[in-house]
Structure formats: C-alpha cells, structure tokens
Design a binder for this molecule. Structure first.
Ligand code: ARG
Length: 468
C-alpha cells in the first residue's frame, strides 16, 4: 500500500492547524514503523465497524459497500506489498484511512463516524495479542511434544539429582525433563487465562465517552470474535492490562526456558559432559578450533532478560497515567512486539535443541554414582527393615559416608562387613538398596522419579493433550 500526498497540514486532524508539525514532531509522533504490523487487525476492525454502521443506517448502503470494497483491496495490497511508511500519516490507522480516501474518495471519510483512533488501537492491539497468545500456545505445544518424546526415551536413564547444585539423590533424566513440562503446562494455562480475560471488544468506546450515534456494539464484538463489548468507555481506551497479562505470561515462560537453557549450557561443558550439542545447534570459535559453543542456549537465557525488560517497561509506562488515553500508550507496542518475537524464537530454538541433543547416559550415571548419592537409601533401608527411627538412621548412614570417604571409595563399594561394623542392624538387602537403579526404581510415590512413574506421567500428559 502506498499513498501519494500533497500539502503540509495533517489529513487526519489538521482542521485547526495552519502550519504542519516540526520535522522532529513528526518523527517522535509517528508509530507506523512499529504498528504497521497491526494492519490485518486494523482492517478487520474497520470492516466490522463499517458493516455495523451500514446495518444501523448510520451510513448509506452505497458508501458502506464502497468502504468494504476499498478495505478489501487495501488488505490485498498489504498482504502483497506491505506498507509504504509516511510519518505524516502517523500510524496504521492514518495509513489505512488515507489509502481508502485515494481509492474511494469522499465516502472514506464516513468510516470514522462513531469511532476514534483510541478505541481503534485498543481493539487492534487486543486482536493482535489474542493472535500472539495462540502463537505462543502453538509453540509451547510443539516444545512439549519434544520433551515428552525425550522423557519417554530416557525414563530409566539415571542422572544425579541436584540440590544446591550438589549431588543429592539419583533421579531419572526423563523425570528431570518432565519437570519442564510441568512449567510449560502452567505457562499454557497463564496464556489461556490472559486470552479469556482480554476477550471483550473496546470498539464503540470512541474517544473515551462513547457516542451519540445508534451503534450496535454487540455486532462489532461478534464480528471480531469477542465474547462481548467492554463495559466502560473510559476504561476501554485506557486499559492495557491485557498487554501486561500477556507480557507476564511471556516473562515467566521465557524464565523457564532460561533455566532449561542454563542446564543445557552446564551439561554441555566439559566437566559435566552430560550432553553433546549437535552441529546444528552449536557454533565454533574464531580463535579456538576446539570450541563447540552453546550460543543458542545462551541467547535463550539472555532473551528472557529482555522480555523481563519489556514487561517492566510497560508497567512503568502505565503507572500514574491519568485516564483515559494518552500518547504514552503508543509506547507499549514496541515492547509487546519485542517480547513476542523473542519468545517465539526461544520456544522454537529450545524445541530444536531438545529434539537433537545427544544425551550421554554413561557420564550421567558416573556423576550420579559420585557424591554417595544413595546415602538416603541406606537410611530408608534401616527405617523400613530394621525399625530404626529416621533421625538415627540418618546418623548411621552419615557414618557410612564418612567410612567410604576415609577408604576413598563410593558408598556402594563398601562391603557388608564394613557397613555392619558401623551398625550391625545393616543387612544384606541394604547393599542392593545402595545401587543407583534400585534407588530410582524405589521412588514410586506419586510424582516420584521411578521409571514407571515417569512413563505414566508421559502417558497422562499425552492423554490430557489429546482431549478436545
Ligand atoms: N498510534 C496511536 C497509538 O498507538 C493511536 C491512537 C492515537 N490517538 C490519539 N488520540 N492521538 O496509541
């Protein structure tokens, strides 16, 4: 869409002005470079508004038809060639209206009856955020699919479970991966919740006070697939909560990705070597030929910080803003788009990495064996088989750890005689309990790390997803 123009006074609001704005005024005021991304939603909202005006007899049928035809053509032009930016036309609303004027002449001027750019932009942004939420839900589902597959594949792969980044107890890799699936499930529900809450249509609030024209707000709300119209015209044009809701959900989701990214970075480092990153998800170094760097994971980690910044920018922008509309609100759009772009890329990159990472079970098992990670199993065995109170059993197991450290061996390499010297109640069965596989297999409590539980969790997650 390109528009040819003459004259200096603003075509949208220039009536009372003699001179045009200063060049810098134009530049600071213009948002088209950003909000051109709203074109599809802006035109759809105008189509709904035009249909309503015509149905209500507020504009004539011929003008209504011309407007609809013209808007359809602009939609087509935008889809093919994008938008030629003109700062004098300020924003996407100005651009579409000016182009409509070129195409259909005077009738174009009737489209803006009973509306304002204030309710227009609120409507466009809600439509865009709704789309962005659907896009995030789609990306999250794709990442979940990959996590479920890898978790099932590694339901019985033993790795160290950490607290304080110290080996705590052995867990299964599948269980560890499924922890991220839980986070993503909560992310999904936060996005769905934000979507439900935003789904009221501000169109018809006009500048801030509503309008005297006999508009039908249910008509436009339905045409744009909202649940209904908003209740208060002032709030309708002042509200950007839906952007904050979206950014909050995006921030937390990106935070989860950042934690996973951090683990990938750690696990790929030589001292860990729990994973090998495939070529497709690594970069080399310009000086050190040996390097294989986890840049994608590092960028997912850093992007999460930028998304936090986007959320904070909008919250600070809104704080203390008097009702109703103020131009400050225009500045909420760049952080919104930025967060979507970053999250979209991060979710996709993470799905790609998780799908292709090569896990190294031997390294994970060796690390799980270090650090006497089955000491709790010895204590549990004493409680279960020798009726020892847990606190006492904990001390006995602690002495076994000290003995292993003294001999410079792993806990499960002590023989029965060594253990019985510490406490004669320790029996043969305790030796088996100290093995990594029996340790994880024993943790069958609901939500526990036992391989059977992991497989069950994967099945449950898949069943839940296939529900309509
Ligand atoms: N470009 C503006 C925005 O994004 C549209 C609303 C302009 N309204 C106004 N009264 N100047 O907020």
């Amino acid at each position: 869409m390109s528009i040819s123009r003459t004259g200096t006074s603003n075509p949208i609001w220039g009536g009372r002005f003699e001179g045009g704005p200063a060049a810098l005024m134009r530049a600071i005021n213009s948002s088209i470079a950003t909000d051109k991304r709203l074109w599809r939603h802006d035109i759809n909202a105008s189509l709904a508004h035009a249909g309503m005006l015509r149905q209500q007899g507020i504009i004539g049928s011929e003008d209504g038809e011309a407007i609809v035809q013209g808007l359809a053509q602009i939609m087509d032009e935008c889809a093919r060639g994008g938008i030629t930016e003109d700062d004098a036309l300020e924003d996407i609303h100005g651009h579409v209206e000016a182009r409509l004027g070129e195409l259909i002449g005077e009738a174009a001027g009737r489209l803006h009856t009973a509306r304002s750019r204030n309710d227009q932009v609120a409507t466009d942004l809600k439509l865009w955020v709704r789309w962005a939420i659907d896009s995030a839900l789609h990306d999250i589902a794709a990442l979940e699919t990959v996590i479920l597959d890898r978790a099932e594949e590694h339901a019985a792969t033993v790795m160290p479970g950490f607290t304080h980044l110290q080996s705590g107890q052995p867990v299964t890799l599948g269980h560890h991966l499924m922890a991220y699936r839980e986070m993503l499930g909560r992310d999904r529900s936060r996005f769905e919740d934000a979507r439900r809450r935003l789904n009221e249509c501000p169109l018809g609030a006009a500048a801030l006070a509503g309008t005297g024209f006999p508009i039908d707000r249910d008509f436009t709300a339905t045409a744009l697939h909202f649940d209904g119209p908003t209740a208060n015209s002032i709030d309708s044009v002042a509200d950007r909560d839906f952007i904050v809701d979206y950014l909050h959900a995006a921030t937390l989701c990106a935070n989860h990705l950042s934690r996973l990214a951090e683990e990938i970075i750690l696990w790929a480092s030589q001292p860990f070597s729990f994973i090998r990153l495939p070529d497709a998800w690594s970069t080399g170094s310009s000086i050190m030929p040996n390097k294989r760097n986890p840049d994608a994971a590092e960028l997912v980690r850093s992007h999460s910080g930028r998304i936090v910044g986007d959320l904070v920018a909008v919250l600070v922008l809104l704080k203390g803003l008097p009702l109703a509309y103020a131009k400050d609100l225009q500045d909420a759009t760049p952080p919104l788009f930025d967060a979507h772009d970053l999250l979209h890329m991060s979710l996709q990159a993470m799905a790609g990495m998780i799908a292709e990472i090569e896990f190294v079970p031997e390294k994970m098992r060796a690390a799980a064996a270090a650090g006497h990670a089955t000491a709790t199993d010895l204590a549990d065995w004493l409680v279960a088989h020798a009726n020892v109170p847990f606190r006492e059993a904990h001390h006995i197991a602690g002495r076994a750890v000290a003995a292993a450290e003294f001999q410079n061996v792993a806990l499960d390499q002590l023989d029965l005689a060594d253990l019985q010297a510490i406490d004669p109640r320790i029996g043969e069965g305790a030796l088996a309990a100290l093995q990594l596989d029996s340790s994880v297999a024993a943790r069958t409590s609901a939500g526990g790390t036992a391989p059977d539980r992991v497989r069950e969790a994967v099945r449950a997650a898949r069943a839940q997803r296939s529900k309509p």
